[in-house]
Write a protein that binds this ligand. Structure first.
Ligand SMILES: CC(C)(COP(=O)(O)OP(=O)(O)OC[C@H]1O[C@@H](n2cnc3c(N)ncnc32)[C@H](O)[C@@H]1OP(=O)(O)O)[C@@H](O)C(=O)NCCC(=O)NCCS
Length: 180
């Protein structure tokens, strides 16, 4: 599918689309999260993840720890349309994707892939060699996205980890090696 108009500024600003009055056609900026984004990030996280959204205090501390690997899609109206967050381990050269989402109205336009590609580029740049994530085993959209980027289930058992987040909350662990 064709990528949605996306201003991949990454703190550079070059607009890729002309003016269009429709809110869903506003050009998006993919950029590093800022402290001032936190209230909107919390709202977005709750909109998408509902009862499993991060508590506000945790989101705040994740931002403090992993700001450089916390990226957002900014539509320029004060709304964020997606984010990705990667956490690097203090010892070793590996990282976990702790959050990825795109708002419902912006899905299937290549934005989830753009967020992932950019955070993987930054992780490689910063010396990370292994990226892991967990995904709900029935979340086909996310699994197909991760597979398309090269992630594979981490053995044993095809990556399946029963009760990973507590009783009945199974996850699949996926892994990507990103050689320097
Ligand atoms: C997963 C998610 C981030 C994907 O974002 P997106 O912007 O819609 O994804 P993209 O448009 O970049 O799609 C990239 C690829 O993912 C796969 N994909 C995405 N959505 C899909 C769907 N609904 N059905 C099937 N495949 C899908 C496709 O392989 C797609 O490639 P294609 O368009 O060339 O076929 C989005 O669906 C989302 O926010 N879901 C809710 C939160 C969530 O589940 N996060 C992941 C937690 S582990």
């Amino acid at each position: 599918m064709t990528a949605e108009p996306l201003e991949r500024s990454l703190d550079r600003h070059e607009q890729l689309t002309g003016p269009d009055p429709r809110p869903d056609a506003l050009p998006l900026v993919l950029r590093t999260a800022r402290e001032t984004d936190l209230p909107e990030l919390r709202r977005l996280d709750e909109e998408v993840f509902q009862e499993v959204a991060y508590p506000g205090f945790l989101l705040r501390q994740l931002f403090d720890m992993y700001e450089e690997h916390f990226l957002v899609l900014d539509d320029g109206t004060g709304r964020l349309r997606g984010y990705v967050l990667a956490a690097t381990r203090a010892i070793g050269a590996d990282s976990w994707i702790l959050g990825l989402c795109v708002t419902l109205d912006r899905r299937r336009h290549g934005l989830g892939r753009e967020l992932m590609r950019e955070v993987l580029t930054r992780l490689r740049r910063d010396g990370i060699g292994v990226v892991r994530l967990t995904v709900e085993p029935a979340n086909l959209a996310a699994i197909l996205l991760y597979r398309s980027l090269g992630f594979r289930p981490e053995e044993p058992d095809g990556g399946l980890r029963p009760d990973y987040f507590g009783p009945g909350m199974h996850r699949q662990v996926m892994r990507l090696d990103i050689p320097a």
